[in-house]
Design a binder for this molecule. Structure first.
Ligand code: FEO
Length: 393
C-alpha cells in the first residue's frame, strides 16, 4: 500500500483491515473496514488528519514514508480506532502539535497519555493555516460521540466528516462513485452507529450546506467523489418519512410463528403494504439493520421458549429500543405452548422507543382459523395506519 492522492497535496494515508469481522464486539463487518487518515501538505505546514488503531501503525507509517516533517496532527474524535496511534505519532514526530477541540482534548486525555504541552486547543469554527490551505474545525456532537469534530479545507472543497457519513468497507478502489455496495454498507453503518442520535443530529445536514464540497473523506470506508449521493441518502435516512413498508422480524422454534409471519406478510401485500420478512435465526445484525431506515411498521414475531420470548426476539427488541428506528407502528405476533404471558408482555421490552404498538396476535400452538383471521385483521389495522399517515392511498 502507499498513499493515494485525493486532490493535489491531499492524500489518503490510512490503514486497511479487510479481516476484521466485528466492531465493538457487536457489529458484523462483512467487508472489513478501513481506518482513514489523510495527509494535507500545505505550502508552509503539513498536517496529518487522524491516525489509526495502534496495531495498524505500520501501515500508516509505510504510507507516510518520505514525509520528513509533520507540523500538526488533527484529531476529530477520541475513539481509539482513530486516535489510538496519536501518542506514538507524537513520539515519532516531536515537532508535531496535536490540534483538537477542548471537548476532544478532555476525552483523549482520559483514554491515553498526551501531555498538555503537545496540544493546541482550537475553538469551534476556528481555522488553522497551512499556507495555501486552511483547516476549518467545527464541533459536530453526537455523530456519534459528544466530542466529534469535522474539518473542511475550503481551498480544495474537501470535507473530513469523521465517522459521520462513513461506512465499514475495505475498498479496492478508494472512490465510491455510484457503486451500490458502498451505499449498502453506508446504510448499515448509519443504522448501527448514527441512527440512535438522529433526532439530535439531523440538523448537522443543514450545517454541511454551508460548505461547497467536492470530496467527502470520512474516517471509515470509501471517499465520496460524488458527495451528493451520500448527502441525499442521509437526508432520506435521517429526515424523510418512513416508507409504506412493514418489516416482520421473527424467530420460530417449530414453524408456527413462521406460518403466522408468512400469513401476515401476504395479507399486508394484498392490502398494498410492502412486507419484508427476516428470520432472525442466523441473521447478522447488519442484515437486519438495512430495512430499519425505511420501514413504517416493525412486527416482532417470537415463539415462547424457556417461559419467555425467544432470546433472539429479546435481543432484537433490545436493539429496536436502543436504535430507535423511525417506524411509527409496531406489532407482536407469536405462538406458545402453554403460557401466552411472555407474548402479552412483549411491548414492555420497548420502554424508550416512541412507537405506537397497534396490535398483537398470539396463537396457541399451530395457528388455527381464528388466529389467521386475527392476523388478517392486524393487516387491516396496519394498512389503515399507513393510509392515515399518508404513506399509501
Ligand atoms: Fe470510527 Fe467512533 O470511531
Amino acid at each position: 500500500m502507499s498513499k493515494i492522492a485525493i486532490k493535489e497535496d491531499i492524500f489518503w494515508v490510512g490503514a486497511k483491515d479487510p479481516d476484521r469481522d466485528v466492531f465493538d464486539g457487536l457489529m458484523p463487518l462483512p467487508q472489513g473496514t478501513t481506518y482513514n487518515a489523510y495527509l494535507v501538505v500545505g505550502s508552509e505546514k503539513t498536517a496529518l488528519i487522524d491516525t489509526c488503531e495502534p496495531e495498524f501503525l505500520d501501515q500508516l507509517l509505510g504510507n507516510l514514508e518520505g514525509v520528513k516533517k509533520i507540523d500538526y496532527i488533527v484529531s476529530h474524535h477520541a475513539e481509539q480506532d482513530h486516535s489510538g496511534s496519536i501518542p506514538l505519532m507524537l513520539e515519532r514526530h516531536p515537532e508535531a502539535t496535536l490540534l483538537c477541540l477542548q471537548k476532544n482534548k478532555d476525552m483523549l486525555q482520559t483514554l491515553m497519555t498526551i501531555p498538555d504541552d503537545r496540544i493546541q486547543v482550537i475553538e469551534d469554527g476556528g481555522e488553522v493555516s497551512l499556507g495555501n490551505k486552511t483547516i476549518r474545525f467545527e464541533h459536530f456532537p453526537w455523530v456519534h460521540w459528544p466530542e466529534t469534530t469535522i474539518t473542511y479545507i475550503p481551498e480544495d472543497k474537501v470535507l473530513f466528516p469523521c465517522d459521520f457519513l462513513g461506512s465499514h468497507y475495505c475498498w479496492e478502489n478508494i472512490f465510491a462513485g455510484d457503486d451500490p455496495i458502498v451505499y449498502k454498507g453506508a446504510r448499515e453503518y448509519y443504522v448501527q452507529i448514527m441512527m440512535l442520535y438522529s433526532m439530535m443530529t439531523a440538523k448537522h445536514l443543514d450545517r454541511l450546506k454551508q460548505f461547497d464540497i467536492e470530496f467527502i473523506c470520512p474516517s471509515h470506508g470509501s471517499v465520496y467523489d460524488k458527495p451528493q449521493i451520500i448527502l441525499d441518502l442521509y437526508e432520506k435516512w435521517m429526515r424523510a418519512a418512513p416508507e409504506n413498508l412493514a418489516l416482520i422480524a421473527y424467530v420460530s422454534a417449530h414453524g408456527s410463528t413462521e406460518i403466522m409471519a408468512n400469513y401476515l406478510g401476504e395479507a399486508l401485500e394484498k392490502r398494498g403494504v410492502k412486507a419484508v420478512l427476516k428470520n432472525l435465526i442466523g441473521l447478522p445484525l447488519n442484515e437486519l439493520a438495512g430495512d430499519l431506515t425505511d420501514a413504517a411498521t416493525i412486527v416482532l414475531g417470537s415463539s415462547v421458549i424457556m417461559a419467555a420470548l425467544h432470546p433472539l426476539a429479546v435481543y432484537t427488541a433490545f436493539l429496536l429500543d436502543r436504535l430507535k428506528p423511525k417506524a411509527k407502528f409496531a406489532a407482536v405476533i407469536g405462538s406458545y405452548g402453554w403460557s401466552p404471558n411472555p407474548l402479552k408482555k412483549a411491548a414492555e421490552l420497548l420502554p424508550s422507543w416512541k412507537v405506537d404498538v397497534v396490535g398483537s396476535v398470539i396463537a396457541k400452538g399451530h395457528p388455527d382459523a381464528a388466529a389467521l383471521a386475527e392476523l388478517a385483521a392486524l393487516a387491516d389495522t396496519i394498512a389503515a395506519k399507513h393510509r392515515e399517515a399518508g404513506l399509501m392511498k
